[in-house]
Design a protein around this ligand. Structure first.
Ligand code: ATP
Length: 261
């Protein structure tokens, strides 16, 4: 039994009292969450709720103002090299080396992780093929479509075969056939004992593929647990609205109408 104030070394990802302040704005306010190993964990919340901020702190990309986080018992901010080897991260809209071709970007990422060149070559080919990017050839990532860009960054997150995947909106802009392939890939990764944490705005996707879910709003965890614990017998969409309670009146903007003359 672990003290709830301590990081939980059994968890895939354990966060304790994470806080992030930007100027005088508190984006994350005292977030504590344990993500069980082998779970498929959905993070949902309205725009600006703090999901990306939380995941960035949890993956060593954004320094917390306060709090602790560990991945499989390794402290992310004290032992960052070891932690980063365990993590595969698809960040939301950050800078990448986009003047490289897709295959070069994945290869470069694999080599940075210290993998041997022949293994990187094989894995790069497998990933491009599985994600339907084999025809992009030498096109620079800069010239990729939004969905292609998402998929090549996913390939970069997977190339070193991490144990815990943290994916910020992995299906955004991705076509339905590629999305189905990615879901299958992630599902099989979980079945082998891997952990997937993803943020999404699509409740239907979360309801269909996730085992667990956390609802974040205004920088705090409103509810977290298995899907059925959080949904409490309701549709996840309905429960979400109930938890964040934010349906706004004013959907009818009087001047927003086609000109009929
Ligand atoms: N670098 C920054 N400087 C100032 N404010 C920031 C910064 N990064 C994030 N914020 C603010 O923190 C809040 C949470 O942002 P965050 O990107 O974590 O939300 P989110 O839940 O991921 O939203 P979305 O669903 O729209 O992607 C927002 O109000 C945002 O403007």
């Amino acid at each position: 039994m672990h003290n709830t104030t301590d990081l939980n070394p059994q968890a895939a990802l354990s966060m304790r009292n994470l806080v992030r302040v930007f100027g005088d704005f508190v984006a994350c306010r005292d977030i504590s969450l344990d993500i069980p190993r082998g779970s498929f964990y959905g993070i949902v919340g309205p725009n600006g709720a703090g999901k990306t901020t939380m995941l960035s702190m949890a993956t060593g990309m954004l320094q917390p103002t306060a709090g602790q986080v560990s991945v499989l018992g390794v402290n992310v901010w004290q032992d960052s090299e070891k932690a980063k080897a365990l993590l595969g991260v698809l960040p939301d809209g950050v800078f990448t080396f986009d003047r490289l071709s897709g295959p070069d970007l994945v290869t470069y990422t694999g080599l940075l992780h210290g993998l041997p060149a022949n293994l990187v070559r094989e894995r790069t080919a497998d990933l491009l093929n599985a994600l339907g990017l084999e025809d992009a050839g030498d096109k620079l990532v800069l010239d990729y479509s939004a969905g292609m860009r998402k998929k090549i960054l996913l390939a970069c997150a997977l190339v070193h075969s991490p144990s815990v995947l943290v994916l910020d909106e992995p299906f955004e802009s991705v076509d339905p056939i590629s999305a189905a392939t990615i879901k299958e890939m992630l599902h099989s990764f979980c079945q082998k004992g891997g952990t997937v944490i993803l943020s999404s705005h699509v409740m239907d996707t979360v309801q269909k593929i996730c085992t667990h879910v956390a609802v974040i709003d205004h920088g705090v965890v409103k509810a977290a647990g298995t899907l059925s614990e959080v949904a409490q017998g309701q549709d996840l969409d309905t429960r979400f609205e109930e938890l964040v309670g934010r349906h706004r009146e004013g959907g009818d903007i009087a001047w927003l109408a086609p000109s009929l003359d």
